[in-house]
Write a protein that binds this ligand. Structure first.
Ligand code: ADP
Ligand code: MG
Length: 254
């Protein structure tokens, strides 16, 4: 039996006549950090959205922690699952987006405890203890009572990471988490993510930050036109790409 936290097999997805995912196979092992690189429009976000049950599949299969993430395997449809079942299956997966989407009327701490208390029914005191620890882990000790508008973009994104971690997910997905940040705030978020990778979190990170891929990734996956073109150790894929499409993409960053 596979030990993979995430296993994707033959994942296909079209929007209208456009095939956006043309058969994705990907395994992510426990504790692994996989960085996904690829040009805009190559299907990276769509793939993460399929993993997180925000999109249905046209074909193929995705399991998280050995369990089907919720598609009806015969037709790939999501909507046949009752909403509470969908929510239950999503809990194992944390997601951080380009836009942090914090609740503006809640403090950092309240943002972090909202799902554990509101969705999971955790005791408030317990959730608060863990939220304080998580905020410290992302470098925000002492900022528990700050509202999003009082925090920089980098700090808000770190609250969003703590909020996702608060549900104790088995898998964390990051979709260009630093793309909306001012350049001087990118580093602090990447440091937080690198620390999480080092601590053994299982992560899939879509990013254009090649230096992060080099330092933090166990494996780099290059996607183009809805396919995994090549994958391997960061130094292999980044410094010695085997495919012309990978070379063409990486040449933009030199
Ligand atoms: P990436 O994240 O790699 O930039 P996306 O997964 O966002 O790529 O998009 C891949 C392609 O799918 C793009 O051509 C995009 O326009 C298209 N696409 C994404 N979402 C939708 C949607 N909901 N409806 C129609 N087309 C979409
Ligand atoms: Mg995207």
């Amino acid at each position: 039996m596979s030990t993979a936290v995430l296993q994707a097999r033959g994942v296909r997805k079209s929007f209208g006549h456009t095939e956006v995912l043309a058969g994705i196979d990907l395994d992510v092992e426990p504790g692994e950090t996989v960085v996904v690189l690829g040009p805009s429009g190559s299907g990276k976000s769509t793939f993460l959205r399929c993993v997180n049950l925000l999109e249905s599949l046209d074909a193929g299969r995705i399991t998280v922690d050995g369990r089907d993430v919720g598609y009806d395997v015969r037709n790939g449809r999501l909507h046949e699952l009752p909403p509470n079942e969908l929510a239950r299956r999503r809990r194992d997966i944390g997601m951080v987006f380009q836009q942090f989407n914090l609740f503006p009327h809640m403090t950092a701490l309240e943002n972090v405890i909202e799902a554990p208390v509101g969705v999971k029914g955790e005791r408030r005191a317990e959730a608060v203890d863990r939220a304080v620890a998580l905020l410290a882990q992302v470098g925000l000790a002492g900022r528990e009572k700050a509202y999003p508008r009082q925090l920089s973009g980098g700090q808000q994104q770190r609250v969003a990471i703590a909020r996702a971690l608060a549900m104790q997910p088995k898998l964390m997905l990051f979709d260009e988490p630093t793309s909306a940040l001012d350049p001087e705030l990118v580093g602090e978020v990447l440091v937080t993510m690198r620390d999480l990778a080092t601590a053994g979190l299982t992560m899939v990170v879509v990013t254009h930050e090649i230096s992060f891929a080099r330092e933090a990734a166990d494996r780099v996956v290059f996607m183009d036109a809805g396919q995994v073109v090549e994958q391997g150790r960061p130094e292999q894929v980044i410094d010695d790409p085997q495919h012309e499409r990978t070379r063409a993409f990486l040449s933009r960053f030199l």
